[in-house]
Ligand binder design. Structure first.
Ligand code: NAP
Length: 496
């Protein structure tokens, strides 16, 4: 038994008990022809298990089940829909530790991050269990008094969900929670690197009393081949996608044919702006959170750090100190603060972006390469890195780094900082540190992002609307508006 396996087993490894089949119409079923694919541990490349590999025909069978269940699920009392979510929330929290180990094994993130994600994921179920009974409508007298408007809100209908590997459970519950609450059925395709958390979640929802067909899970390696026919199927009414902007664009194009409702949570390129008057301790803490949550593999990760000239040196020094003190290792070990990146391609991309920045004049303050430690050789690790004087032309100024690399540039004026921050096609989130409230508000108003962290390195909260503008997406998840994505508004105009 390897050290990783021993750690995982000591923590009550769920791996052996997690279903590996497709979840269709309330049953666990193999893929057509028994096809499977491998799931590997990014900390050491070890084969964890094989999971059923859905074909387009399997995905269509999943949509058949979702369509068949739609009418009865929409008619289900909202209180009961909410109670399914509430029971699932409680079960997720009861099993937080074993689910965290499972997530760490397939994704690589340190256990502390995985525990945090289970709690975050579960909270969407609690939030939407409470929202299920608050779906309301309206009654209005027509301006000419000749009729009455009754406005009702109804579930959109069968949904298609596609989720990424970086938050394997929370990116699912953020869609599944409001869909269940609103009375929609769904087919979900998780990322091929991390299907296990979603399969475990399906088991929990089944045990919590979710009727067959409401949720269907189809892990697959042929993502495009499996998802496109669903999008083009006239019975589907909505697609909600979390992933890269490149894939999101393609799915929006495909959705045009059936005029599907579209929600897109796409890539980011978050600016993190530190003014001279900032509380520097808070700014460094915030930068560590905004940069290092999930090893930098987050759409909300601080991708470009702008420090005002008066504090740039000190801020850079303190950030470098904190980054170089982080311990790398397999996520299941208690001492680990930074786990491996998801795969070799991700590791190679981060290295390429760092080399490109250095070639264009950036200075490496700490890190800058893959670790040389023999123990970490078989995993996809990258050393926490701080770069100074990163020029705008560097690729990492316009591309998502998706790794533990903090590039710092210096600015002089507020106008310059705002212009630099907005100089990107993305618009998901930005961060600002200042003690001047008026300046903080001016920046918050001027920043072209769907979310702003003002003296705050973490903006995500299930009770708040999450989402981006520009090429970062369309729609919001969480908060009071999260359920709107799954409801249609219908007018009944009543003669009077
Ligand atoms: P990705 O390549 O776009 O993959 C995301 C999902 O889309 C996976 O399930 C993937 O399947 C699937 N997919 C890939 N090609 C597809 C196609 N042609 N048709 C249908 N589905 C397809 O993204 P990623 O690199 O895994 O994830 C990281 C990205 O997600 C980053 O850009 C990050 O910023 C973004 N993200 C955004 C948010 C947000 O809320 N805004 C949150 C988290 C992540 P496979 O598993 O087969 O690849």
């Amino acid at each position: 038994m390897t050290a990783t396996q021993q750690h995982a087993t000591a923590r009550g490894d769920l791996l052996a008990h997690t279903p590996k089949d497709l979840f269709i119409d309330g049953d666990w079923v193999p893929a057509t022809g028994g096809a499977t694919f491998e799931v590997r541990d990014p900390a050491n490349g070890e084969l964890l298990c094989e999971v059923a590999d859905a074909s387009p025909a399997d995905a269509t069978a999943a949509l058949d089940a979702a369509v068949a269940a739609q009418a009865s699920w929409a008619a289900h009392p909202p209180r009961e829909r909410g109670e399914v979510l509430r029971r699932a929330f409680e079960e997720l929290m009861r099993r937080q530790e074993e689910l965290a180990v499972l997530m760490t094994r397939e994704n690589g993130k340190p256990l502390a991050d995985a525990r945090g994600e289970i709690a975050y994921a579960a909270e969407f179920f609690r939030w939407f269990s409470e929202e299920a009974v608050r779906i309301d409508g309206g009654y209005q007298v027509a301006p000419n008094g000749a009729s009455r408007f009754l406005v009702m809100r109804q579930p959109v209908g069968p949904c298609i969900f596609v989720t990424p590997w970086n938050f394997p459970m929370a990116m699912g519950t953020r869609k599944i929670g409001p869909a269940i609450a609103a009375g929609c059925t769904m087919v979900i395709k998780p990322a091929h690197q991390t299907p296990l958390s979603m399969l475990a979640l399906a088991g929990i929802l089944k045990d919590a009393g979710l009727p067959p067909g409401v949720l269907n899970v189809v892990p697959a390696t042929d993502a495009g081949g499996v998802v496109e026919p669903l999008i083009r199927d006239p019975r589907a009414r909505k697609i909600s996608f979390t992933g890269s902007t490149a894939v999101g664009r393609r799915l929006i194009e495909q959705s045009a044919q059936q005029v599907l409702r579209v929600s897109m949570e796409l890539g980011g390129n978050a600016p993190f702006v530190v003014f001279d008057d900032a509380d520097l301790d808070a700014a460094v803490d915030g930068a560590m959170t905004a940069k290092m949550r999930n090893m930098g593999e987050a759409c909300t990760a601080a991708n470009r750090i702008y420090a005002q000239r008066g504090v740039a040196e000190e801020f850079g020094r303190r950030l470098a100190e904190r980054m170089s003190a982080l311990r790398l290792g397999p996520g299941v070990e208690d001492s680990t603060q930074v786990g491996p990146l998801i795969d070799a391609r991700a590791q190679e991309k981060v290295l390429t972006l760092v080399r490109d920045a250095v070639d264009r004049g950036a200075r490496v303050v700490v890190g800058g390469d893959v670790p040389t430690d023999e123990r970490l050789r078989s995993g996809h690790f990258f050393t926490p890195t701080v770069l100074r004087d990163v020029p705008w032309e560097a690729r990492m100024s316009s591309e998502e780094i998706f790794g533990p690399v903090a590039p710092i540039s210096t600015f002089d004026t507020e106008e310059e900082a705002l212009a630099a921050a907005n100089n990107t096609e993305y618009g998901l989130v930005s961060y600002v540190y200042t003690r001047d409230l008026a300046r903080g508000l001016r920046m918050a108003e001027g920043l072209e992002t769907g979310m702003v962290g003002l003296n705050q390195g973490l903006v995500s909260n299930p009770a708040a609307p999450f989402g981006g503008i520009k090429h970062s997406g369309v729609g919001r998840e969480g908060g009071h508006t999260g359920i709107d994505e799954f409801l249609e508004t219908k007018l009944v105009n009543i003669g009077f």
